[in-house]
Design a protein. Sequence first.
Length: 633
Amino acid sequence: MCGITGIYAFNEVGRFFSINTHKSNEQLQHRGPDFAKLYSSYYAGLGHRRLSIIDLNPEAHQPMSDETGRYTIVFNGEIYNFKSLRKDLEAKGCTFRSMSDTEVLLQLYINEGKACLQKLNGFFAFAIYDEVENSLFLARDRYGIKPLFYAQDEDKLIFASEMQAILAYNIDVNLDTVSLFQFLQLNYVPAPHTIYKQVYKLMPGTSLSIKDKKVKINQWYKPKLLFQEHLKFSNYDEAKLQLLSLLEDSVKERMVSDVPLGAFLSGGIDSSTVVALASKFTDQLNTFSIGFKNEPLFDETKYANMVAKQYDTKHTVFNLHTDDYFEHIFDILDGFAEPFADSSALPFYILSKKTRQKATVALSGDGADEVFAGYHKYMGELKARQQGIMTSALGQMMPVLEKLPKSRNTYWGNLFRRMHRLASSLELNAAERYWFLSSWATEAQVTNMLHPDLLESIDFAEYERRKQTLLGDIKGGDINEVLLNDVKMLLPNDMLFKVDSMSMRHGLEVRVPFLDHRVVEFAFRLPAEYKIKGNMKKRILQDTVKPLLPKALYKRPKQGFDVPLAKGYKTDLSEWVSSCLSTELVEEQKIFRPEYISHLKKTIDQTMNFDQNQVWGVLTLQHWWKKWSKKLA
């Protein structure tokens, strides 16, 4: 697990920018605190920051070249099946100088070219430079677990693991107003775009190659619905057995490490499943939970403790007060060189920081909700498509729901919020309903937020084109298409980006067994009723692991990893909120309508009846602007 950066110059002007490779590499120090090194050729430069996980010896350092010096790699991630791949390569006559998966990946590429990607089981972003052909090859893993940004102009192409490392090359960037509009809806900017017009995210399952100064992008892997294909099981019980076998194998592979390893344990089904399976392969697993001293609605440590006790893990609970979140907010926000407003990044940042004191690698349950249908919105979508008594009643209740208090900070407020969102979506078609339920603000709401001058600069035809591309899998079929769209859109742009950025801020590697491609492909071969039926979400996963987990886990509602920010807006964070919403800043920016900001300040001051995540999106955008807008041309 590491940080990578590099430049490929098309001409002498492009070569001049290679002097920034060192500065870019230093921006990634937190991703790889163990070692740093640069590689330089006439037209290419590569940088690497290493977090040592597999083979701690100097022979595994990067950038790594083959014995001829022709090929050089920088690699971020882990290849879990590297030992079997190495064995196959050795049978073909390859020799190795290290025990690392990096060298296996390099030799596999040398032998098989881009076809090597199909053989990889792992998560990765890497670049390989061929000095003889003066060619560069970049690739990103199937589901976007590892990030990779790039920027290209007539003189050069640069790439890096994080946005701030891209900006360290001192390239000219402009605000992408379509991306800004979508950010205010989604609280993230969906790939391949970023908040800057000149910078892109390489899409999951995609490679980029440069040869003879020509850039080609190729999608080498595409998640898809597979349940039309022949199934290798005859019934539901047989499917459960196959799922358990796949999950056991996935967890076992992700426990290979030459440094201390542990697992996050929230007390939910997903992380508890990972802990239960991991405990089969170690005498005593280190597990880590986060607790909320003064917010019992958000505290799950009771359930985590049950699982830890059942499997005799070496369990550590980090009990936090809301003040702890407020203390770390600026450390978190200052690290984002494009706005990102998933508030669950706050507790995950602290959990990662605390965990890194005792482990360098942590297993996580991320991905299970998207693959096996764990979110409340999936049940809502199912009910909406069925158009039964419940949805009819919700539609009739709309006038009442409009007036009820809606908040994520209380049980009833959160219930009213969810009911109102579903009721508001019932008249929409499947694609528009998906977009509505994925957004924190509607298009009309964002339009009312924005300054007229900014609205004039937005190409709404381009906005619609991007939106329809993001909704490509929503065609009115069964619920599997919604899961598939989340795997392509929500998972890499929000959930996995959060996990990577927050954990790597502390040099912690997080591995996600539910996103082994064999598990995901198996899940998309399952009929929808295997995942969600009646009032049961994640049906096959819950039924499969039920014998392994405490019964109490099945008698509790699903709890998200939310943060009680609303109170902080009025107390510890009030000064920051005032600075972000100051009249001077708003007038200087000309992003928001002054009257919208005035109303927002009044709402925050006088009531708790507001969507804290929508407000968080505005505040994080303002914080980003104050820190990074000087980079805009």
